[in-house]
Design a protein around this ligand. Sequence first.
Ligand code: AMP
Ligand code: ZN
Length: 467
Amino acid sequence: MKIYNTLTQKKEEFIPLEEGKVRMYVCGPTVYNYVHIGNARPAILFDTLRRYLEYRGYEVDYVSNFTDVDDKIIKKANEEGVSATEISERYIAEFRKDMDALNVREATVHPKATEEIDGMVEMIGDLIKKGHAYEKNGTVYFRTRSFENYGKLSKKKIDDLEAGIRIAVNEEKEDPMDFVLWKPKKEGEPFWPSPWSDGRPGWHIECSVMSRKYLGEQIDIHAGGEDLVFPHHENEIAQSEAANGKEFARYWMHNAFLNIDNKKMSKSAGNFFTVREICEQFDPQVIRFFMLNSHYRSPLNFSRDLVESAKSSLNRILTAIGALEHLLGSGALSRESVSEEEQLVLKEAEELDKKFIDAMEDDFNTADAIAAIFELVKLSNTHCTADSSKELGQKLKEQLVKLCSILGLETEKKEELLDAEIEQLIEDRQTARKNRDFAKADEIRNLLLEKGIILEDTREGVRWKRN
Ligand code: AMP
Ligand code: ZN
């Protein structure tokens, strides 16, 4: 697979550190509110990359953090008169619900900053010992100029950066580019003891520490939105490489922004929609599909019209699968032998499988991969009819379901029961009741309920309706 590496600014062949294994770290959210739909972009994209790598046979260790101590969390806690932990735990729970709806899988490890303070204190102490950090009045700073390669990810030069910084009068840093690793507590803030002061860590150190703890000193892929390149990821590299004396991450992947009217969606700009509110208006799968339908390094505009159009595109795929299922279930497609023409169709389908894989291998081009799925939809709609062979119908359906599932798009979950299937299940339930097998009767009722079918027992018999 080729991956565009922000570090080298080139597409590079992906070679993991250890054969068959991928160690990846994706910077997670600061949990002080519901996440917005822009935050969902990296979550969906890198979950899909993980799924694809697993499909290709890798074992993937996927670590993503929760930043659960931060100014914004503390501010919100003070506003509500509750503890910072109450705020962060509340929004971690809400985040998990949103991710679940979007079919983003749980990370292998999902560490919280507040549970990793010891590791941070240890790494900061080590950086001081090695001359890469220093303490002033209880605050610890990273000595940026001590790290020779500072700026290698963002391609920024310290001198240029410094030219743009105004130095505060009472500046206690040795150098304006130095950044905070540890800061003393202020009134009303959560704090932890450390050799330098009772206080809390700066933002960047948590990722260096958690990544090393759960994945090792060197990892394969480090990912996040492009706003993280500088300073967050640049600082992570400085901390990790200064502490470990080794290259930190081999491949740095950054998604472009989700925009509204060509402006980055962000909480601070106020131009955002939460995942929660959008999922009330659209099936979360549509959101997932919408995100995957463009390349991860291209900016993506968000509007309801664009999501509506993603909805009808996704429906075309689901309808094609539904039609195949209907043909297979209805007893049509009874022919056992595959005709010569069908052999050609199956060959074409195989080529589309390759086209899908080639797109994914080329810097994770999900947009082109989806285009291959549409070609398969067209092939299926044109060539699979009631006179087709069973094998053709079966193979096309399996292939469509497989390609969708690599992208984390569920085709089975949304599957609707056909009227005939419902009638049959109702009959089975009546039989079970006659035989006084109430457990089975209930089981059938629940199964129907799960599929959105509501039963009503009336004097004239059982009536049903779709929810
Ligand atoms: P935050 O909670 O702001 O640190 O963001 C969590 C993740 O969402 C990070 O990887 C950010 O880069 C990413 N992110 C934030 N806003 C956007 C946006 N508008 N489009 C794409 N990614 C974003
Ligand atoms: Zn990070």
